[in-house]
Design a protein around this ligand. Structure first.
Ligand code: SF4
Length: 507
């Protein structure tokens, strides 16, 4: 199969950089449905531009290219061993080319393998079938939305919804709760794959498999089709909105399957995927490995541009921040303000935060008045020079145990991330004069273009995503969602959407 390797590289590249038409259509619908000039519509405009930029430049749509998960069907007689080897080689090569972020971390040592290969990564599922061709499907689902997957064991008590029993009504409540608990942290608007039944492990696998259905298909089981339609309608009444900013579109798809269960168990497993729903597939000639057909694409329909404008139309009311930022400037900001940052900033995510609560700053790093960006970028090094390939925000709530201490100890004035943070951080913002700025999750190409220069890197032994990158940014757009006066947009939206959820206590 002389073309197999190149075919797989093309599949990985296209999946990482070019959203399929059904997802584009759903996101176009979201753009049209959202109220103009709201924070949610601003987020959707940036997302639309980002989708165009990624496809135009073949750059990753989101910097978190997730756990590559392949579903392969082979005719009888085709070597699955050879296909597995080719997939692993293609994954390593696509990582080298900056189409995938190095995402495979040894769970015992914490060491990043650097090439996306490691124990059980990538994930590859094989099935035989009676057709002549090989089929390879791929989904790239990042950590932010993966962390919002949830599994319920019925019967249970659900916040705002009360008792969920061992029946379809109980299942219905669990699925609505799954949307609510994700808020903006999984980069809403999201899509759900759901499995009713099975056991814990297989239930999750079947839920994820539902993500290989197109968003606009109709479930062949009328009862499940009805449930999918109801969830879509009801979830979009909750008011979570894009990025959890509040708004009309919280969900772009809901795909449900049912599997038999043990008499004693009744699980509902939910795989939450973000708007950056990267899923494609190819059919291959079994002799040569050449691509004969793309799945999820319609060759007769050209891919239309998503954005009608420039991503984030400036109103003139944006507030310019140039680090180092003073306490006075920070205390003047309020939730809802839009800021444009120009100057130096540092990235820092899980490993950096855990390190800084026990260690001094790396040599040459000064965080007084600084901007700390929760971001694990895709970076390439050519002849000793680093360049940024993708650089959107990561989910900030993971840093909640550390953030308050880091703000206090090092004098950070602004934290950029997505999804918001908790009460401890909110109190630290108020006490020490700092703000939380929400960038648009998944907009990795959009934000990569706001980075003029890589000024340096510290703690590179943590791996590329976890290192502390020293960057110079220009007109980096973000929205104040937690201010130094004790206000949090995230807490407000969670409270208000919780009230909305209560209307479904009896379905
Ligand atoms: S869009 Fe958000 S949730 Fe999805 S992979 Fe990117 S950062 Fe993670």
């Amino acid at each position: 199969m002389q073309f197999l390797f190149e075919s797989l590289i093309e599949l990985i590249t296209q999946t990482s950089t070019n959203l399929p038409p059904d997802v584009r259509q759903a996101m176009q619908g979201a753009l049209g449905a959202e109220t103009p000039n709201t924070q949610a519509s601003q987020a959707l405009n940036i997302i639309a531009s980002n989708i165009d930029m990624a496809a135009g430049d073949e750059g990753p749509i989101c910097q978190d290219t997730g756990m590559p998960t392949f579903m392969v069907h082979t005719p009888v007689g085709v070597s699955q061993i050879a296909i597995r080897k080719a997939i692993r080689e293609a994954v390593a090569e696509a990582t080298k080319r900056g189409k995938l972020r190095p995402n495979s971390v040894d769970s015992l040592t914490g060491k990043n393998s650097g090439n996306n290969l490691g124990a059980e990564t990538p994930v590859i599922h094989f099935d035989q079938w009676e057709q002549d061709q090989i089929e390879v499907k791929l989904v790239l689902k990042g950590g932010g939305c993966e962390n919002k997957n949830i599994q319920y064991s019925l019967p249970c008590e659900l916040e705002h919804l009360g008792k969920a029993g061992r029946n379809l009504e109980g299942v219905h409540k669990c699925i609505l709760h799954a949307v609510w608990q994700a808020q903006g942290q999984g980069c809403a608007p999201g899509a759900l794959g759901v499995c009713i039944g099975s056991d814990r492990g297989h239930g999750y696998a079947l839920a994820k498999k539902q993500l290989f259905r197109t968003l606009d298909d109709v479930n062949p089981n009328p009862e499940l089709a009805q449930l999918e339609a109801s969830i879509m309608e009801e979830a979009n009444r909750l008011g979570i909105g894009s990025m959890g900013f509040g708004g009309k579109v919280s969900l772009i798809g809901c795909k449900i399957t049912a599997a038999n269960r043990l008499p004693a168990s009744f699980f509902v497993s939910v795989a939450y995927d973000c708007w950056a729903f990267r899923r494609l597939g190819i059919r291959l000639d079994a002799a040569s490995g050449a691509i004969t057909q793309w799945l999820y694409r319609d060759p007769s329909r050209p891919v239309a541009k998503m954005a009608s404008g420039s991503g984030f139309p400036l109103s003139g009311r944006e507030i310019i921040l140039r680090p180092p930022i003073s306490e006075e400037q920070i205390r003047a900001l309020k939730v809802g303000d839009v800021v444009l940052i120009t100057g130096e900033c540092y990235t820092g995510r899980d490993a950096v935060h855990a390190h800084l609560v026990k260690n001094p700053l790396p040599e040459g790093v000064d965080l007084r008045g600084a901007v700390l960006y929760h971001c694990g970028p895709v970076m390439l090094n050519h002849n000793g020079v680093w360049s940024v390939k993708a650089a959107g925000p990561t989910t900030s709530s993971r840093e909640e145990p550390y953030q308050a201490d880091i703000i206090k100890n090092f004098g950070v004035r602004a934290v950029i991330g997505k999804g918001g943070m908790g009460k401890k951080t909110l109190a630290a913002l108020q006490e020490h004069g700092a703000v939380y700025l929400n960038a648009i999750g998944g907009a990795a190409q959009y934000y990569a273009r706001a980075i003029d220069k890589v000024l340096g890197v510290s703690l590179l032994d943590f791996g590329i995503p976890e290192a502390m990158w020293h960057l110079h940014v220009h007109d980096f757009v973000a929205i104040v969602t937690m201010d130094a006066h004790g206000n949090s947009l995230h807490a407000n939206v969670e409270k208000e959407t919780g009230k909305q959820l209560e209307q479904f206590q009896t379905i």
